[in-house]
Structure formats: C-alpha cells, structure tokens
Design a protein around this ligand. Structure first.
Ligand code: F6R
Length: 263
C-alpha cells in the first residue's frame, strides 16, 4: 500500500482528483467505483474543475457506486444517488446510461444485488475503486465483522455509523438501519484502489487499518491483501501513523523507486 500524506483537506482532494484524472486519461472507458460522504466532496470538485478547465472527458466512463440506504428512493434528499448527481454527475459529461447506483427502494433486494454484481462483471470489472473510511473502520457499508469474501448485499448498519451519519438527517430516527453495499470481496476485485481520509476523527482507524493486523473488526484492513492500493491522507488523519517517515521518503524518492521496480 502506498501512503501519501498531504498537508490538509484541500491538498488531499487535489492529489486524489489528479490520480483519478490520470487513470481516466490513460483509459477513456475506465470502469470507476465511487464513494459518497463528506470525504470525497473536494475530490469531486477537483474532477469537475479538471472537466471544465482542461476538458477531462467522462463520456465513455462507466461508474458503479458503493452503496445506498435501503428504503430511500433515488431522488430522496438523503439518497446517495442524489448526492452523486449533485456533487459530480450533473457537472461533467457523464453518460447517464453508464451510471450505476444501488437502488435503495427496490422490491427485491436480493435479486437486485445479484443483478448489480452481474453488471459489474459485464462491464469488465472495476478498474479503479475510490473509498472513504467510516469511524468504525468500514469501507462501503461493510461494518465490523463483515466477511472478506462478501459480495453486494444488504447490511445492517452499526450503531456508530448511524450516529456518524445522523448529521445528514433531521433526526437520528430517520437514519435507515440497512444499506445495500458492495462486499469486501467485490471491492478487492477492483484492479486498483484509492482510499482517502481526512481529519483527527479518522486518525485512529487509519493507524489500525494501515499498520495494524488484518481483521474483519476493521474491514478496511482487508486492503492489506490487495496489491495496488493508494491511500491519500491529510496531516490529521495520518497523525497516529508510526511509519510516516518511511511513507514520506518513498513519496519523495518515487522516481528512484520506480526505476528499481521497472515502472
Ligand atoms: C459511502 C461509503 C462510506 C463512507 C464512510 C466515510 O459511500 O462507502 O464507507 O466512505 O462512511 O464517510 P465520510 O466521508 O462522510 O466520513
């Protein structure tokens, strides 16, 4: 896992947007997995800027979102579908037919989850998956204890996640108790992964998943099993890491490292 430590939220957002843009330029029909939440808002702003100012082309992309609350219709004010249109899709030249967000109000969630997995497979698999991390160490809505082999399914949300996400709702009772989420097995099949995190409140889970043991109690630690993960943190989120000096050395000497490994 490559760990990139940035000064602040703005730099984390700029660096992650540039990494995503590089992949879009390399492969115009990239299959991109996307996350919602506070963390990627700046990254999406950065992508919108690159589209408007530099013509970054989204027209051939296929996107799959990680998750959606069960029970919320696509246009509900708190739906992740709406979040994505408001923060990214409406501002770039994405092709609407190529946008996949789990449908929270489906009549048959099990069948829907099977269909979603099949769509990912039919698109050729996810090339690049963007992730945030929850206060309990979750990626997507894979709460502590989730199987590392899990696929897209319904997951009951943890108490901490419900509390954390209640800030988006009028009252905590309005936060849905369940979500449709890609599984850890689904995420680990992405060819490459970028996880972004910022703020003091993420420092503890960041040190656990990056430098701690692989455990289903911190599901982000499953990323240690993947060969192509980049983690972009701001200074606060990186504050408890013990090997910061090493990560910074690798970053500053990347040209030498690239030569050694033949990239
Ligand atoms: C959302 C998702 C979640 C969030 C995580 C962090 O699609 O997959 O795992 O990334 O809960 O949320 P924020 O960014 O709001 O702290």
């Amino acid at each position: 896992m490559e760990v990139i430590i940035t000064k602040n939220y703005e730099e984390m957002s700029r660096v992650s947007a540039e990494l995503i843009a590089r992949e879009i330029k390399r492969k115009h029909d990239l299959v991109l997995g996307l996350a919602t939440g506070d963390t990627p808002v700046g990254t999406y702003k950065g992508l919108v800027r690159l589209h408007k100012e530099e013509g970054l082309d989204f027209s051939k992309l296929t996107v799959f979102n990680l998750d959606e609350y069960v029970g919320l219709a696509p246009l509900h004010e708190n739906s992740y579908n709406r979040f994505m249109w408001e923060n990214l899709f409406s501002h770039v030249n994405i092709t609407p037919e190529n946008v996949y967000v789990p449908q929270g109000n489906t009549d048959d969630p099990e069948e829907f989850c099977r269909w979603y997995e099949a769509q990912i497979r039919d698109a050729g698999g996810i090339d690049l998956q963007i992730l945030g991390i929850g206060g309990d160490g979750h990626i997507a809505f894979n709460e502590p204890g989730s199987s590392f082999a899990s696929r897209t399914r319904i997951k009951a949300l943890d108490k901490q996640t419900i509390e954390d996400n209640s800030r988006f709702f009028k009252k905590i009772e309005d936060v849905p108790r369940f979500a449709i989420t890609m599984g850890i097995g689904t995420i680990l099949e992405a060819r490459s992964i970028i996880l972004i995190a910022n703020g003091k409140k993420k420092a503890n889970v960041c040190v656990q998943f990056i430098e701690g043991p692989v455990t289903s109690q911190v599901t982000a630690s499953a990323l240690q099993l993947h060969t192509h993960v980049t983690i972009v943190l701001d200074d606060e989120a990186s504050s408890q890491l013990k090997r910061k000096e090493y990560y910074n050395w690798v970053r500053d000497n990347k040209h030498i490292v690239a030569k050694k490994i033949g990239r």
